[in-house]
Design a protein around this ligand. Sequence first.
Ligand code: CMC
Length: 362
Amino acid sequence: MKNGLEDVIAAETQLSDVDGEAGRLVIRGVSLDQLVATGTYESVATLLLEGLTERRFDSEELKAWLGEARERLFAHVAATDPVLLALPPVDAMRALIARLPDGEDFDTALRLLAAPAVFLPAILRLQAGNTPIKPDTSLSQAADILHMLTGHRPSNEQTAALDTYLVTISDHGLNASTFASRVIASTGAGLTSSVLAAISALKGPLHGGAPGPVLDMFDAIGNKANAEPWIGEALDRGERLMGFGHRIYRVRDPRADALKGALRPLVQTGQVDPGRMSLAEAIEAAALTILRERKPGRPLDVNVEFYTALLLDALGFPRAAFTGVFAIGRTVGWIAHAREQALNGRLIRPRSIYVGPLPKVA
Ligand code: CMC
């Protein structure tokens, strides 16, 4: 029995490889460095879905279809009501997605790629007392998300930063939410069911729910001098530092540097406060020093969520929405894995060891 299934291999995949010793992520044969150097959300989505749906397409076609799909999905925003809007954004988004039809075909996949990108900005605007903004079909998915969030055309640096984020988090081996997606797909349920299960698995702070708490930590620390004492006291209380540690990586998570790199142009053009960036670097350095002292047997390093928090904050997302933005980017990975499982896999049905009481012998 492996509590947490660590090191258990439960699927064969052509989608992504996470090498925890080398700190390397490969998506369909392309390294993360190469993907972020040239990739957009549409190009990585095309790469991930290749051969897994009944349609063949390139990233330009996908961009156009996604624009049209966003426009169609905007009608569903009218289904929001006060009960739904009282929920945290990721829960409200999940509730709207749950109204969509299920299926395994390309149209279902397209609808699911577009839905969170439309629903999350609309929900955030409604929760803030503003009118939702209609999608602009001429924009890329990243640019339109920012446009629907703010009502303005984003700068090139902002669009590039969100594109890098969406590319970076598009897929990542058999993480908890992707596994959930594959389990649902293995029963023959449709893609909407798989994506709903995956969103539910992503919510917890041990998986996709960490960046909001990372930003809370930045705020609580406040200045560089406070980093070491604050971190020491948090660890004394037995708390985990959000944005550090990983089940697979034994070295630095390569996604952290991709996101830090995406922040640089925003800092250089004054769209992110340089003080914020240097506070983050000071917190990272202090945390690594203290974690190495306190947990010498366990290599703990920075993970994807640390710079995610800074990046999404800089792009204007409220911290309560960070998990929802993660879901926008990861949906393509969930869909690709669900299709792979449905096409090539078997029903996932592990066993448990019963350790409860036995019936009394009469
Ligand atoms: N801060 C302090 N100590 C930690 C941390 C941390 N962030 N992460 C692990 N440890 C310690 C843990 O207390 C344990 O120490 P000990 O052996 O003395 O009890 C040791 O390291 C091993 O921990 P573990 O629970 O076996 O590690 P895990 O593989 O189950 O946990 C993790 C991985 C990501 C859940 C964990 O590192 C964590 O809770 N991190 C903080 C939350 C976070 O940043 N989550 C986002 C993860 S990255 C997104 C994704 O890809 O899902």
